[in-house]
Write a protein that binds this ligand. Sequence first.
Ligand SMILES: *Cc1c(COP(=O)(O)O)cnc(C)c1O
Length: 411
Amino acid sequence: MSQPADYLDAYRKDLLDVFGQPALVLTEGSGCEVTDAAGRTYLDLMAGIAVNSLGYAHPAWADAVAAQAHRLQHVSNFFTTPQQIELARTLLEIADAPAGSRVFFANSGTEANEAALKAVRAHGNAREPRARRILALEHAFHGRTAGALAATWKPAYREPFEPLPGGVQFIPPTTQALEEAMGDDVAGVILEPIQGEAGVHPLPEELLLAARRLTREHGALLVVDEVQTGMGRTGLWLESLRVLGDPGQRPDLITLAKGLGGGFPIGAMLALTPEATGALAPGSHGTTFGGNPLATAAGLATIRALRDEDLLTRAREVGAHLREGLAATPGIGAVRGRGLLIGADLTAPDDERAAPAGPDVVAAARRAGFIINATGPNTLRLAPPLVLTADQARTFLDALPGILADAAPAD
Ligand SMILES: *Cc1c(COP(=O)(O)O)cnc(C)c1O
């Protein structure tokens, strides 16, 4: 079995059909390029959905994971390891966390959010009278496990699995809606600084500030989901600290995952205030794999390479270059995002022609040798490895008009 079609036949037979048909069978990668089972190479501007910040097979990352695999792969949370302790310390450093802050490790974004939501519940239940409401935003995405799903807006994801954990109220992403919904019975507010899955929509700064102020006033916790935006993707270690960087303004809880392990599954929850660190009592939460030595070694190697190669600066510079080029391309409308998390709306190129559909543009890009993503019918998302060079970004921008023409609806 070596042809893509053979693999895909086997996939259809043996894998549960929840993801739809995979577009490619990938076999190896290097830097920002990835190769499929037919031997074709693609420039990857999606990075496994904002995960592979160092691209593929980064030598320092691969060596660190291999060395750890040869030494000690897993120990459970009855024990700890130097890697786990060092990664926790490093994360608190990059968060510029106040003394007393603490880290909980999980294995994915949704699990990091489960931990945060349990902290919010426990915090609300410890109050008198109990605070039982959690506020989440329309268009939010927090994950697919039951707790995180309850705070995920898209009805098609949520409704087939109801009843889900209750008490979540969705509000429009505006300061006014938050002010109206807030009360002393609110245990916590959860939000993403940039709504990635919804099409890369940055929240208004004043909404983040209002969320911090109102949660304080009402004794609620503020949870910032940086699973997609965190770890350098937007050109900062933590996107929310662009607005909430003041020591007194930090969120109570920040969740991380996607870029954290450079492709190794790992999630983390940072608890940055006494209210947050005190919410989960000993024995009240747990995980077998969370903080595993392989995952934490991968996390450390990722952060080290991001620092050594100054990739946050690269994300800002190459991101600005990409956004500029996109905005100047006929057929591309609004361009949003920060650093290398970019959303671009598709528009009609002229009066004669309609806009192509997102998935058709993704397919046309693939035919042209590029991997990109669409968050819906009207919006493309780029979340390339942070090692992407300006020249590689230029290659894509040069090809884009042809890709859009190839994807154009037939008359
Ligand atoms: C991807 C994502 C999640 C879920 O992460 P998983 O690792 O897929 O569970 C949660 N929140 C945000 C903002 C995400 O982008």
